[in-house]
Write a protein that binds this ligand. Structure first.
Ligand code: GTP
Ligand code: SPV
Ligand code: MN
Length: 592
């Protein structure tokens, strides 16, 4: 399919190493993909769902030990430790290569190796980048074909150019030998012993964030864990926002939000450009321009319903692969917690066991049918509110950058940073409760700068420095904000209704970008006057509720500064002086 020597050499070397029985190029044709789906069904990898209700849809169940990203087994390998550590797991390049070559040795015997040429970004666009993933997993092939642009067109666009090498084998899914290895200095990714999402769909977190963030640092652009959405006002003007929230903290939901009734009636519309990753560059006009390099959504299923996120749900109605959700045996459709209040009575849970929606474990706790990190892989074209700028080669201009996390206390509903460097500080001090998107404890507050803690492909201090240096290059800087949809009351209930109603906060953010509304200056930044958050049509939310959501407890924040200081200390000496200066100012403001 190509004469590109580097591609042919990569395939030949991998063939020698992994010893597959045969090699199949993915050409991207529907005929080939359909044949692979049929093969996957035959082999029990996929279950074909009800084709009348869910045309083109399939279900996959992973192994029970393989349900999320494995941050503890994910490494950024480099020659020098400081170029990756201390936040990343580090292994020296040669040592890591040797380890991986050992593990990959003969691993594909008796299997087929698929060659997936894929493009991150529209094929042939000057900002797009190409990868080649070699894998023995049909599940990976079929998911990559949704999440990225794959096939012959990509190889043609590559010509004799360079690409990111990706090698994956599910091997025997052994957890102790599971490694997700990145070699930014070698443009290489190697992943073994997993067959789940972010661990194995190498275009996504591995390339489009970890490798791309490293490329961006060297080439003067940014790869961020951000959704991109456009808000169209009643006059028909569209303003774009990029927002970084940690995994399972609301990006997909915000990116596709449905405006509340009163906004809809006025003529507001929301357009989705991307739900997880943004590649951002400075345009000739001095503004930031963002593209979504993906071609599909790998969205969290639980909690997705016709009320919370109809656009996401509608995106899954055809040509979608569901992973680790409930199979309803009555009509061969899918279900998950939070889809509706009627769990199927005759079903199979995500582990493959009979399930009826009414089962309790030994402690009397309900047994969940879907894994909390169960997901759908759906093509972006399915999204009813997909932006007509989705494929725009230069992307969309960004008016505001929004950071946000899951904080029961401390962080207010929204605040605005004072300037670019202060905004970088606000991003750098983000903290959020951990979720099921990664293995490990859930609900523990940890620092997650810019929602990139698991995804920066180099030293975190250098990453902060890159953000600060980008500021100097942006003549027309976007304003930077922080939001928190997850503040709780004394009973642990979310106070803010969230979801579509988040538009009320975005409206204030855009008004601030256009200097149309005042704000209160506080120790941490500008906070809305409660009356300026539109609560018309909101049940049970008063101006006092908003006041409450916006309070900043200086004592709590002083405690927070201690956590920030020790986090910066942990990051080591590459944390830029500008950020320490910001921390000092914050402390001074809080002590006033
Ligand atoms: P990744 O795909 O892991 O990067 O996650 P994400 O950031 O796209 O998160 P997603 O939008 O899938 O939301 C994750 C969970 O948060 C789901 O269970 C949602 O129902 C819930 N959620 C999203 N937005 C809100 C909100 O505004 N308020 C509340 N209370 N929950 C929300
Ligand atoms: C995330 O965890 O942020 C995801 C899912 O978007 S995964 O692709 O598994 O990384
Ligand atoms: Mn994500």
């Amino acid at each position: 399919m190509t004469q590109n020597k580097k591609v042919l050499e990569f395939i030949e070397q991998t063939k020698q190493l992994c010893q597959p029985d045969n090699i199949v190029w993915i050409d991207g044709s529907e005929a080939q993909l359909e044949a692979l789906r049929a093969q996957a069904v035959e082999e029990g990898i996929l279950i074909k769902l009800n084709q009348e209700k869910l045309p083109g849809c399939y279900l996959h169940r992973t192994e029970v030990n393989d349900v999320a990203r494995v941050e503890g087994r994910t490494f950024i390998c480099s020659k020098n430790k400081d170029d990756s550590a201390p936040i990343n797991n580090w292994m020296e390049t040669t040592e890591a290569m040797n380890l991986m070559n050992g593990l990959f040795n003969g691993v594909m015997k008796g299997r087929t190796m698929y060659v997936i040429p894929y493009s991150m970004g529209a094929v042939g666009s000057k900002f797009s980048k190409i990868g080649i993933e070699l894998t023995d997993s049909v599940y990976v092939v079929l998911n990559m074909a949704i999440m990225t642009r794959v096939g012959k067109a990509v190889i043609d666009a590559l010509g004799d150019g360079d690409f990111i090498k990706g090698l994956h084998s599910y091997a025997d899914l052994c957890e102790e030998r599971r490694y997700i290895m990145h070699f930014p200095e070698e443009n290489t990714i190697m992943s073994i012993n997993s067959n789940y999402g972010g661990n194995v769909l190498l275009g996504k977190k591995c390339f489009a964030l970890r490798i791309a963030s490293f490329l961006g640092k060297n080439e003067g652009w940014m790869a961020e864990h951000m959704l991109i959405l456009g808000i169209e006002n009643p006059q028909g003007e569209i303003k774009y926002i990029a927002a970084a929230f940690p995994s399972a903290c609301g990006k997909t939901n915000l990116a596709m939000l449905i405006p509340p009734e009163i906004y809809k009636n006025k003529g507001y519309k929301v357009w989705c450009v991307g739900d997880d990753i943004a590649w951002i560059r400075v345009g000739e006009d001095g503004r930031l321009w963002a593209v979504n390099p993906e071609n599909g959504f790998f969205g969290v299923a639980p909690g997705t319903n016709m009320k919370s996120n109809p656009n996401a749900l509608l995106s899954t109605k055809n040509n979608t692969i569901f992973t680790n959700v409930v199979q309803n045996l009555d009509d061969n459709t899918v279900w998950w917690e939070g889809l509706d209040k009627n769990p199927p009575k005759n079903a199979i849970d995500w582990k493959g066991n009979p399930w009826n929606g009414d089962m309790k474990d030994a402690d009397g706790k309900a047994i969940k049918g879907a894994h909390p990190n169960s997901r759908f892989t759906a093509p972006t074209v399915n999204c009813p509110c997909l932006s007509d700028q989705f494929e725009a080669p230069n992307g969309v201009p960004i008016s505001a950058i929004v950071f946000g996390g899951r904080r029961a206390k401390t962080a207010p509903l929204v605040y605005q940073s004072k300037d670019w460097n202060n905004g970088v500080f606000v991003g750098s001090i983000m903290a959020s409760e951990t979720t099921a998107a990664a293995t490990g404890a859930v609900g523990v507050v940890r620092r997650d700068p810019m929602a990139m803690r698991p995804f920066v492909g180099y030293n975190m201090g250098d990453y902060f420095k890159h953000w600060i240096e980008m500021g100097d290059k942006i003549k027309n800087q976007p304003k930077i904000f922080n939001v928190n949809w997850f503040r709780t009351d004394d009973e642990g209930n979310f106070i803010w209704p969230g979801f579509g109603d988040n538009l009320r906060v975005l409206e204030w953010i855009l008004a601030r970008c256009e200097d149309k509304v005042d704000a209160k200056e506080t120790a941490i930044g500008y906070v809305p006057n409660a009356k300026d958050i539109n609560i018309e049509g909101l049940d049970g939310i008063t101006e006092e509720t908003i006041e409450d959501l916006l309070t900043i407890d200086n004592a709590q924040w002083l405690k927070e500064t201690e956590g920030i200081e020790s986090f910066y200390g942990e990051l080591g000496e590459r944390v830029p002086a500008e950020l320490y200066a910001q921390l000092e100012t914050l402390k001074k403001n809080l002590n006033k």
